[in-house]
Design a protein around this ligand. Structure first.
Ligand code: RUB
Length: 320
């Protein structure tokens, strides 16, 4: 359990961050945990796996990729512990490979929307969004990326570093400069922590402001989102929980202690309505946000009946 708890801790502290990375780390942690379990009792094995799944899922509430990845692995089968371990390894490795492949594919599909000479605005740090910029650049398109710094955790610094390494020109701005600079932007490309059935996007705090400014300026907004970022539970009307993080990310405790009447809110994500999104680029194609249900039903394989019958409990060893 120690290694699995270590991964959970890294996800919570954001040492492992970004919805896709979190999902792959969770799948790998479950696979390695299963491998290390020494019991031969399949019931005990299943119980331990279910507990491990819960621990991982409770680390960060907003990234739907996390429960989706855990669920993909927890669909394992097998009558014995050895069979279950083989099944888990196959599912976890399959998830990791297809998720890496999805990012590459999104790059290829999304790059078609980027023209030579485009100025692209992005927010936070998204592997899927960066993949589109990387592919457009690799195709020889001359692009310039405006990257927000993304307070309070400054993921924008990771973005400019990654783009710089690829030889892509970028301009770093403070988050509040988004609307002022939108007039220079040809297209906005951002990632996703979750996409709901009605096509709303949940992503890093500030995403909805970028999208609103783009909407006002008639600038297209493209969201790069693997299919496992789509939220099956939103079919039942469940809202995606917005993570609120510690105030010390915004202001130091000592500074805050100087005041008597000040409190801090630090929501990590916000919700962008589908009206502000032109296209969602997934690995199975670019869709308008209105088509989100098709992804959940046809590509993630969830139907309302299944969700209603406890489909989202992390029950290990299911027959299917
Ligand atoms: C990261 C964030 C990213 C999405 C998508 O937030 O909002 O835009 O997770 O990233 P945090 P990716 O830094 O709090 O995890 O495309 O890499 O999955």
């Amino acid at each position: 359990m120690e290694q699995l708890l270590e991964t959970a801790k890294k996800i919570k502290s954001m040492e492992i961050r970004g919805a896709g990375k979190i999902a792959r780390a969770a799948a790998a942690a479950l696979r390695d945990y299963a491998e290390r379990l020494t019991t031969n009792d399949i019931n005990e094995f299943n119980e331990k796996m279910e507990h491990a799944a819960e621990v991982l899922v409770n680390t960060r509430p907003t990234a739907v990729s996390l429960p989706n990845a855990v669920r993909a692995v927890m669909r394992y089968g097998g009558g014995t512990v050895d069979e279950a371990k083989i099944s888990i390894k196959k599912l976890a490795d399959g998830f990791i490979a297809s998720s890496e492949n999805a990012i590459k594919r999104i790059g290829e599909i999304g790059a078609r929307r980027v023209r030579d000479g485009d100025t692209i605005m992005t927010h936070c740090n998204s592997a899927a969004a960066n993949s589109i910029m990387a592919e457009a650049h690799a195709q020889g398109k001359d692009i310039n990326v405006i990257a927000t710094e993304s307070r309070p955790r400054l993921q924008g610094h990771i973005t400019i570093k990654q783009l710089d390494k690829l030889g892509i020109k970028s301009t770093l701005i403070v988050d509040s400069a988004v609307r002022y600079l939108m007039k220079d932007v040809d297209i906005v490309i951002m990632g996703a922590d979750a996409v709901t059935v009605n096509g709303s996007l949940i992503n890093k705090i500030g995403t909805s402001q970028v999208a609103l400014a783009a909407h006002e300026a008639r600038t297209n907004v493209i969201i790069a989102a693997e299919t496992y970022k789509f939220s099956p539970m939103s079919i039942l009307g469940e809202l995606v929980e917005i993570e609120e993080r510690d105030s010390s990310e915004v202001i130091s405790r000592e500074k805050l202690d100087e005041f008597s009447n000040v409190s801090v809110r630090n929501p990590s994500f916000d919700v962008t309505p589908r009206e502000y999104i032109d296209l969602i680029c997934t690995e199975v194609g670019a869709i308008p946000p209105e088509m989100a249900y098709i992804i959940i039903k046809d590509f993630l394989g969830w139907r309302i009946e299944e969700l209603n019958s406890n489909g989202l409990r992390f029950k290990g060893n299911q027959k299917h």
